[in-house]
Write a protein that binds this ligand. Structure first.
Ligand code: ZN
Length: 172
């Protein structure tokens, strides 16, 4: 964010959307729409996000990486990791803002609710310990994707259910 390449307007826009997305995710977590995720809240730190439940804290760091570029090129938005999730390059400009957290696949700004939904989905992978969090999980995930003929990946069941609950909250 200290980059001289970033205009004050761009900085103000992404910071506002990120802060709003965290506030929206926190409002959802405390709402009646949330039946799956533990009651807790996100805190936005200089280094990224932390999801605190009282019983446990989860580091939710978001990184724009070469692997995120592969994920985005494959038609996905992000991929879960044990420490958060990776995003990839979308749109023009500096990597810190031109990525799939802040920009949707059409190249338009992702809404605060769209960002909240993404953050909650990826955190659900960590909370429910499903998906490509580590090497073994990644092997299992792709083994299943390659060799099991199934309409939905079982590792996406809980994260998708959390996404749906946030969708209902957002619509209301
Ligand atoms: Zn997922």
């Amino acid at each position: 964010m200290d980059s001289p390449e970033l205009s004050d307007e761009v900085k103000a826009d992404v910071i506002l959307r990120w802060e709003t997305s965290v506030a929206r995710a926190n409002a959802f977590l405390l709402s009646e729409h949330n039946t799956l995720m533990p009651k807790g809240s996100y805190e936005l730190l200089g280094s990224g996000l932390v999801f605190r439940t009282g019983a446990q804290d989860w580091e939710v760091t978001i990184r724009n990486t070469w692997f995120g570029d592969v994920v985005v090129a494959s038609g996905y938005i992000a991929q879960e990791r044990s420490w958060g999730f990776v995003v990839g390059e979308v749109g023009d400009g500096e990597d810190i803002v031109a990525n799939s957290l802040f920009v949707n696949s059409l190249g338009s700004p992702r809404s605060a609710d769209g960002m909240a939904r993404l953050i909650l989905h990826e955190t659900a992978h960590q909370v429910f310990d499903v998906g490509t969090l580590d090497f073994t999980g990644t092997l299992h995930y792709y083994w299943y994707s390659l060799f099991e003929n199934h309409s939905g990946h079982p590792d996406e069941e809980m994260p998708n259910a959390v996404s749906r609950e946030f969708g209902q909250f957002s619509a209301q």
